[in-house]
Structure formats: C-alpha cells, structure tokens
Design a protein around this ligand. Structure first.
Ligand SMILES: C[S@@+](CC[C@H](N)C(=O)[O-])C[C@H]1O[C@@H](n2cnc3c(N)ncnc32)[C@H](O)[C@@H]1O
Length: 257
C-alpha cells in the first residue's frame, strides 16, 4: 500500500501548521552536544529548525511514511538524519536528551502506555515536548466520522471510524507528574486561522485527518466520500470570507529528574 501522506497537500497550510511547532520549540531548552529525536517528523523542514535551535549534536527524524521521508531527505546533514520507523515501536537502546513530537502522536493509540514509553526514552534531565491537535469536537472532524458511519461508506470502510486517542490536557499533566516530571508545562491553545472561505476547511483536513479514510478507500470511493463530506460540512458551517477556523491544540513540555 502506498503512503496516504502527501507532502504537497500537507504543506498547503505550512504557515498555520508551523506556528504551534514554534510555540512548542520555545518551551524547549538547548541541549548542546546532546541527542534529539523528532517522532513523526513529516517533510523535515521543521526537524532541521529543531536540530539547529536546540544545538543538538545529533537529531533523528523518525517517520513511517516513505513519501514524507523522501521529501525530508534533502534536509539531512550536519548531524541530522532521517529514519523510516514507527513510533509504536519506539524503545531506544540509548536515551535522548530531547524527545520531541509535533502533530504526530494523535495517530498513535493508547497514550496511557505511549507516554510512559516516551518518558523511559529520556536521559536524566531530558525533555519531552509534544504538540497534538485537539479539535475533534469541531464539525470539520465530527462530520468526517459521521460520514464514515453512513452507507455506503460504512460498508466500504468495513465499519472503520477513526477513534481519536488524544486526552484532555489535565490528563497528561497528571500522568507526567506521576512519572516524576520536575518541570511541567501543559496547556490548551486555540489557534485562529483565517481561511479564504469555508472550502479552506476541506483543504485543511484533506492534508491530515482525511488521509486516514483515503488510504482505506479506492480513488473512486474516496472521491464519493469527499463529495458527501463537502455537502454535509458546507451545510454545517456559516458562510463568510475569510472563514475563521478555530483549532485547539495541546502543548506539553516536561523535564525528567
Ligand atoms: C501531521 S504530520 C506532522 C509532521 C511534522 N512533525 C510537522 O510538524 O510538520 C504527522 C506525521 O506523523 C507521521 N506518523 C503518523 N503515525 C506515525 C507512526 N506510528 N510512526 C511514525 N510516524 C507516524 C506521518 O507519517 C506524518 O508524517
């Protein structure tokens, strides 16, 4: 199966998508001579910024999408490498000074097991920095799952609907405190995006959430799904130009003792 991730579609909102990355990066402290890993690094531009800003000796960008890694390859060098692999099996032999992940862990189930595993991958004094979208109660997301439950899509998808594993911010704070975090910063932030019009919301989710349905459908069936999604979404969103799209995200930063 080819990867559903399309770097060009994803980059359509590069400025809007990079703002939370820079907000997360601002929480991180430099690790001169240290080792960093960027879980779900995507097309690599931001991994390069991370590598340079925290002054890491080495940074690994890890992603399970071959298309994303093909785009990332051009940024490799000077201690920055990219590797094909899944976050699901992240259990490093040698711990990192910084475990970083921007907009990727929402794709990994079971955060009650995942976060302790990421924590175990940190060296003493190491930092964990994570940003995840938490917009699953917006019509842009709710309608995507509702359409997946309508026929014929339900049958075409074999009954699959995406279950979002992202928990409330206080859940992460409690978990990390329980793991012994010395410094802890957890917040929910609303990013306001001025899209040209309501159709911009569709372009936005096509680059992320809808990839999960796309790779489970043939091109023809995905086109039908998108058409139904468009019809339902447009009836749920008030028309305005520009269209204001509020998007919630959880930002997490913690230091290990
Ligand atoms: C929304 S993109 C974020 C990319 C990048 N971190 C950024 O900020 O632009 C999510 C990335 O996570 C990757 N991803 C999703 N699930 C993954 C997994 N289980 N293991 C590794 N990478 C994964 C996808 O391939 C994709 O490149």
């Amino acid at each position: 199966m080819t990867s559903p991730w399309d770097p060009d579609q994803y980059r359509k909102f590069a400025d809007e998508r990079s703002q939370p990355f820079y907000d997360l990066l601002r929480l991180c402290q430099p690790i001169p001579g240290g080792r960093a890993i960027d879980l779900g690094c995507g097309p690599g531009e931001l991994t390069k910024v991370l590598h340079e800003r925290v002054a890491a000796r080495t940074t690994v960008g890890l992603d399970n999408s071959e298309t994303m890694l093909a785009a990332a390859a051009q940024h490799a060098g000077k201690g920055l490498t990219f590797k094909l692999g899944t976050i699901v099996r992240f259990r490093p032999a040698k711990p990192f000074e910084l475990v970083f992940s921007n907009a990727a862990l929402q794709w990994v189930d079971g955060h009650e097991l995942l976060f302790p595993r990421l924590w175990a991958g940190l060296a003493p004094g190491g930092q964990l920095a994570v940003q995840m979208p938490a917009n699953h109660d917006h019509p842009s997301h709710l309608i995507a799952h509702e359409v997946a439950r309508e026929e014929p899509f339900q049958s075409w998808l074999g009954g699959y609907t995406r279950r979002v594993p992202v928990m409330p911010p206080e859940w992460y704070a409690e978990l990390l405190d329980g793991l012994g975090a010395t410094d802890l910063h957890v917040r929910l932030q609303v990013y306001g995006h001025h899209l040209q019009d309501r159709l911009g919301v569709i372009e936005w989710v096509k680059g992320t959430l809808l990839t999960d349905y796309k790779h489970r459908l043939t091109d023809e069936r995905y086109a039908a799904y998108l058409e139904r999604y468009r019809e339902r979404l447009l009836s749920a969103l008030t028309e305005s130009r520009p269209y204001f799209y509020p998007f919630k995200r959880v930002l997490i930063w913690a230091r290990r003792a």
